[in-house]
Design a protein around this ligand. Structure first.
Ligand SMILES: [Zn+2]
Length: 294
């Protein structure tokens, strides 16, 4: 079962989070019929978003992540609500490249390495927080480690893996994030670095250990304070009301033309693939409500 396990170790000097997101990635594959390349890339961004949204404090806080570059996958868009509830899509979900072997896809060419990671956090303040860093490797592991270090000012070791099997399903997904607090003493950093070297092949570690085991086995013998675990979930929030905005976006003229041409307007949610069909009466009501609001 998927889970996110968090702890503070070394008397609160280091934050460690281990997460398993296999079910989450498989749900994305099911909803979007992702190619293995798209599944690994979107799976990694969904996994990081699950971790990040689990760190949000307020129930109404939310965030979005955009990874944009010139790779064959196009843009990757993920949105997440507080408590590790995530959803996302890839612009070119069918894109494929020759795999690198060992269950790994060529993300360097798939994502690109000249674009950007942009994170927008809505923390209920007047202005959203916006963080943006350049992609450094395109594998999304080092790119997000760089994002946390550079944009959020938190030096971060990130081990991240999504393994897609021959049949296109996700065999294992997850990772470990280790963040020393500011002013963490050097002798602790040395120990932490040594532990982190065990996660070089995090895919292998996650195949035999649960996130709870990872915390216990690698960090349990230091002073450790566990937080309650979270179950990450793929959850879309689309609704008739929200999707009817797409009709408004079309404009009055185009929505009427489309209606005359096809008899209905079909809108498909990017995040979950759900179809919304608006007939003549619906469209009239959508515009009536819109005019009423003005
Ligand atoms: Zn949806």
């Amino acid at each position: 079962m998927d889970s996110i396990e968090k702890a503070l170790v070394f008397d609160g000097q280091v934050k460690v989070v281990a997460f398993k997101t296999t079910d989450l990635v498989n749900e994305a594959i099911r909803l979007h019929s992702l190619s293995p390349l798209a599944a690994e890339a979107l799976g990694k961004v969904l996994s990081v978003a699950a971790y990040m949204s689990n760190e949000l404090k307020g129930e109404k806080e939310k965030l979005s992540i955009q990874v944009t570059d010139k790779g064959v996958l196009g843009s990757i868009i993920v949105a997440a609500d507080s408590g590790a509830k995530v959803r996302g899509y890839v612009e070119h979900k069918d894109a494929t490249l020759p795999p690198l072997g060992n269950g790994k896809q060529d993300l360097f060419k798939g994502v690109g390495s000249e674009g950007f990671i942009t994170v927008i956090k809505d923390l209920g303040l007047k202005e959203p927080y916006v963080g943006k860093t350049e992609l450094v490797r395109g594998n999304l592991e080092e790119d997000f480690a760089w994002y946390f270090t550079r944009s959020e000012g938190a030096p971060t070791a990130l081990a991240l893996n999504v393994t897609i099997g021959e049949d296109g399903s996700c065999l294992s997904a997850g990772g470990v994030i280790v963040q020393p607090m500011p002013n963490c003493p050097d002798h602790i950093l040395v120990v932490v670095e040594d532990i982190v070297s065990n996660f070089a092949d995090i895919g292998e570690v996650l195949r035999v250990k649960s996130p709870a085991d990872i915390l216990k086995d690698y960090f349990g013998h230091f002073q450790i304070e566990y937080f309650p675990p979270t179950v990450p979930e793929y959850r879309c929030k689309c609704s008739v009301e929200q999707m009817s905005n797409a009709v408004i976006t079309l404009g009055r003229g185009d929505s009427v033309n489309l209606l005359m041409e096809r008899g209905e307007i079909e809108v498909i949610c990017h995040f979950c693939g759900k179809r919304y069909v608006f007939g003549k009466e619906d469209v009239v009501n959508i515009w009536r409500r819109y005019d009423h609001k003005l």
